[in-house]
Design a protein around this ligand. Structure first.
Ligand code: ADP
Length: 874
């Protein structure tokens, strides 16, 4: 609602309405005395959302104006709640001293608080970044920039797409990864995106052009220059975002020192499906953080380390050299427990330097914060010395460009007392010797206090009133208090100030004079201290880039020591990262299942996958046997290795992996209007389009959401396609026992199974993966374990036996082998030799007639193919 006709309102209300009209999409916090007040519709919203009482102030045309308010000194508490609900709030404060104002106090909007720019660390999650994002998608190029204004971390991503749907998927994946609280986006693009997190606040932007020149740091300017050369679309998006920050925050951005272009070609890519399925940040069922990989890994001492760990898990490395650099450091700490312990102890005292940096930049840092900064810098110096003293090459390299911040440490140490306050009042927090004038004032105050004590003593003696007291309060100032019973002994030169029930209060000329001296010195010392502190704050700004760099180094060191501790606690080993595309894990374990299992011991399992004869493992075995756990464990071990952590195994050789794909379980997206089967097929589509020979593919049941033959055919064709076309290392768990014989037909496919034991009570799970296959699903046995009525179980068993008997009578006929036509080069002799070898390997004694028949039939198909081909040769 725009309030055109202001005249019917009081002058103050007119001031409110004019301001509100300039910020129509924000709630307006309007400073009145000690409160921020909201009026009209804003008041109704705030009262509902914040659960505060709705009152009224004045009237327009006989209707009351709704009003509610929050005390200004705790406003952030309410702002935190409002931004969490997606609101934007314009803060309209008094910009002149009300005592000096003529007429209405001047008020202006000093800041607009938005979900993506709220920075009060008391209300931010310590281990999560809070990003604001801007997105552009123009002519097949998509650019996203993410800024955490509370820490100054700034990233850009840009990609070119031939297929628009792919672009949309990519954009959504990035949004899910960074989880921004606010997004600036063009309406056309907005329409095409689906947001999983409905709490994201959306700012629709019709035009990303900016006219205004921004005031940014020199470092950022250089970084922007480079970005513009390589990614002009990211550049313009980033400039637009900073412009938005500058418009809303109305302050400088000196803590933003660089923008980092994220190159997905250098990372192991994990899409949103993989992150969810592998429970990297939250569990699948309840969405808890406990039980996730992040939760197991996060042994960090600092919030900076915890946040960086999130980033590392989201962006595993691909370059073996970079991975090994991280592993080297972890190994070094792992091998020296005393050193590790020293470092961890030092890290405990570290303050969140990154979140402090925004306060330094915007000038909102408190004296207490600066003391914390100084102490953290001292700790960082101590860490640097420890690393240097170790003389180890990795440590020397790590500290080689550690910035020197001794000047700043000295500056703060020499200026502020150690228990400096959060709020600046007249309490002395500047050290003696910093400012001569201040020292004199402090002297006068100390002198004044002593003078008062002496006066009290003197007056007691003079009047003989034993309980005479000199007191102070804000309204009366200093006064002499005498109880009523002593009223007669009060001398003439006492001048009455106030009469209370049991006592009388007086002043003397002498006392009044001293009062103005003491109070004057209080005011003066307050303003002197403020200006000394302002000076100190400004000088601190010069050190921002060094502080940011130190913060980054501390966060890294924190993760390394966290990884080393983790490796000790759970018995992890250093993985060998090697290029030969062989994945070999000895006695691997699932990091989260292992960590959460209190009673049952985790059974370790081996894995071997290569690019030739053991590329795809088809895993059969009953439900609950441990197939999913096993497959996830392999993927998780690969991720751990790629972020530079040790892994839960006794030995691991891990090749560089470009992407991990998962298709696991029933992940319905019914709210998105898709059935389980559709979701499943979309996941399979992504795999077939994007997997390469360097990918790891995890498939837990494919084709279960449709008719048996459709599902089986898709699963079958998919295995063939991966084996022939993609050649990705693949783990494929299935209940389609019909797929088992494929191992004889498809080179690279092997059968694995999870061992079980059958006894008179049913089956028990051994959790051991072995070569071979299980030709039973044991579904009914598992149903029995789950406690289904025995009569139902008995009937299911009868039906099962009947169906099985019927099936045995049928002879399965297999489709011809999948071949890539253009690849088909026959070598007659070699083909025949291979077929004969396979024939010789058939074990007639131990297998069923049906299995023998299937194998012979396969061989027959192969022979026919070679014959056909030879005939065309003639
Ligand atoms: P499946 O996929 O075969 O149905 P799961 O992988 O879901 O079976 O495993 C079932 C349960 O067995 C899991 O909840 C896990 O706690 C336990 N489990 C799986 N693998 C192991 C193992 N190697 N050692 C110990 N417990 C295991």
């Amino acid at each position: 609602m725009v309030h055109k006709d202001y005249t019917k309102y009081t002058p103050m209300m007119q001031q409110y309405l004019k301001t509100k009209d300039a910020y129509p999409d924000c709630l307006l916090f309007f400073r009145l005395g000690d409160f921020f007040e909201l009026f009209f519709e804003d008041a109704k919203i705030a009262s509902r959302e914040l659960d505060i009482t709705l009152t009224k102030r004045g009237k327009t045309e006989d209707t009351n104006i709704p009003m509610c308010g929050v005390p200004y000194h705790v406003a952030d508490q309410y702002l935190a709640k409002l931004v969490a609900k997606g609101y934007r709030v314009a803060i309209c404060d008094q910009v002149e001293d009300p005592k000096e104002a003529q007429g209405i106090v001047k008020r202006e909007v000093i800041r607009v608080v938005t979900p993506g720019t709220f920075t009060n660390e008391a209300y931010l999650k310590k281990d999560e970044n809070r990003y604001i994002c801007a997105i552009q998608f123009i002519e097949s190029s998509a650019a996203l920039v993410f800024l955490d204004y509370s820490t100054g971390e700034f990233f850009s991503l840009e990609n070119f797409f031939q297929d628009e749907d792919q672009a949309i998927l990519w954009i959504q994946d990035q949004i899910a990864t960074y989880d921004p609280k606010e997004i600036l986006i063009h309406p056309d693009l907005l329409e095409r995106l689906e947001f999983m997190n409905e709490k994201i606040s959306i700012q629709v932007v019709d035009d990303f052009m900016v006219q205004k020149k921004l005031s940014i740091t020199k470092e950022l300017e250089e970084s922007f220059f480079k970005l513009n050369m390589r990614h002009p679309l990211s550049y313009s998006t980033a400039i637009f975002l900073l412009n938005y920050i500058s418009l809303t925050q109305k302050t400088n951005m000196d803590h933003i020192l660089e923008i980092i272009p994220v190159d997905s070609g250098e990372e192991l890519i994990l899409d949103e499906t993989a992150k969810k399925n592998l429970e990297l940040f939250e569990t699948l069922g309840r969405g808890d953080q406990e039980g996730s990989l992040y939760h197991v890994l996060n042994k960090n001492q600092t919030s900076m380390g915890a946040r960086l760990l999130r980033y590392w898990i989201n962006h595993p490395l691909r370059d073996p050299n970079k991975i090994n650099q991280r592993l080297d450091f972890v190994e070094l700490l792992f091998n020296d427990l005393i050193f590790l312990d020293q470092i961890k102890t030092s890290l405990k005292d570290v303050y969140d330097l990154k979140r402090l940096s925004v306060k330094i930049a915007t000038g909102s840092i408190s004296p207490r914060d600066l003391i914390c900064l100084k102490n953290t810098l001292l700790t960082s110096k101590d860490l640097e010395e420890k690393l240097l003293a170790s003389q180890k090459p990795e440590c020397l390299k790590f500290v080689s460009n550690f910035p020197d911040l001794s000047d700043l440490i000295n500056l703060i140490e020499n200026t502020l007392i150690e228990d400096a306050p959060v709020l600046i009042t007249d309490t002395i927090f500047i050290k003696q010797g910093v400012d001569e004038q201040l020292d004199q004032l402090i002297d006068a105050r100390t002198h004044g206090k002593k003078w008062l004590i002496d006066l009290e003593k003197k007056e007691k003696e003079k009047t003989g009133i034993k309980n005479l007291r000199i007191k102070y309060n804000k309204i009366l100032g200093y006064f002499i208090e005498v109880t009523k019973s002593n009223a007669d002994a009060v001398p003439d030169y006492y001048l009455r100030k106030q009469t209370l029930v049991g006592s009388e209060r007086f002043f003397t000329i002498e006392l009044k004079e001293m009062e103005s001296q003491i109070l004057g010195s209080k005011d003066e010392s307050l303003s002197l201290q403020s200006s000394i502190f302002l000076n100190l704050k400004n000088k601190t700004k010069d050190y921002l880039s060094r502080i940011q760099y130190t913060a980054q180094k501390i966060a890294e060191l924190d993760i390394y020591s966290s990884f080393a501790s983790l490796a000790h606690s759970y018995g992890y080993v250093r993985p060998l990262i090697q290029e030969d595309q062989v994945l070999e894990i000895k006695e691997g374990r699932h990091p989260m299942v292992e960590a959460n299992q209190a009673f049952e011991l985790f059974v370790p399992n081996d894995t071997y996958l290569n690019q030739n004869d053991e590329m795809i493992a088809l895993i059969t075995g009953p439900n609950m046997a441990g197939k999913s756990t096993y497959m996830r464990q392999v993927a998780l071990i690969c991720i751990l290795a790629h972020i530079g952590s040790f892994v839960p195994a006794s030995q691991a050789k891990i090749p560089p992996i470009d992407r991990i794909f998962t298709r696991i379980g029933a992940s319905d997206n019914l709210s998105g209007g898709e059935s389980t089967f559709m979701v499943e097929m979309k996941e399979v589509a992504t795999i077939t389009k994007e997997a390469t020979s360097q990918s790891l593919v995890i498939l837990d049941e494919v084709g279960r959401g449709t008719g048996t033959f459709d599902g089986l055919s898709i699963a079958w064709a998919l295995i063939e396609y991966i084996a022939k076309e993609i050649k990705a290392k693949t783990l494929f768990a299935t209940h389609y026992l019909e797929l088992i014989p494929l191992a004889d037909r498809i080179p690279g496919l092997v059968n694995l199974t999870v061992l079980t034991e059958e006894n008179e009570h049913g089956i028990s799970f051994l959790r051991k993966i072995s070569h071979g296959y299980s030709n039973q699903s044991f579904g009914i046995d598992v149903a029995q374990l789950a406690g289904i009525d025995p009569r139902l179980i008995q009937r299911a068993k009868e039906i099962f036996l009947k169906l099985k008997a019927d099936e045995k009578e049928k002879t399965p006929s297999l489709p011809p082998l999948y071949e890539k036509k253009e690849d088909k080069v026959f070598d007659k002799e070699e083909d025949y030799t291979n077929i004969l070898k396979k024939l010789a390997r058939i074990d007639l004694l131990s297998q069923t007639p049906l299995e023998t028949l299937t194998q012979v039939q396969n061989l027959q198909i192969e022979v026919k193919e070679v014959l056909n081909d030879t005939s065309t040769d003639k």
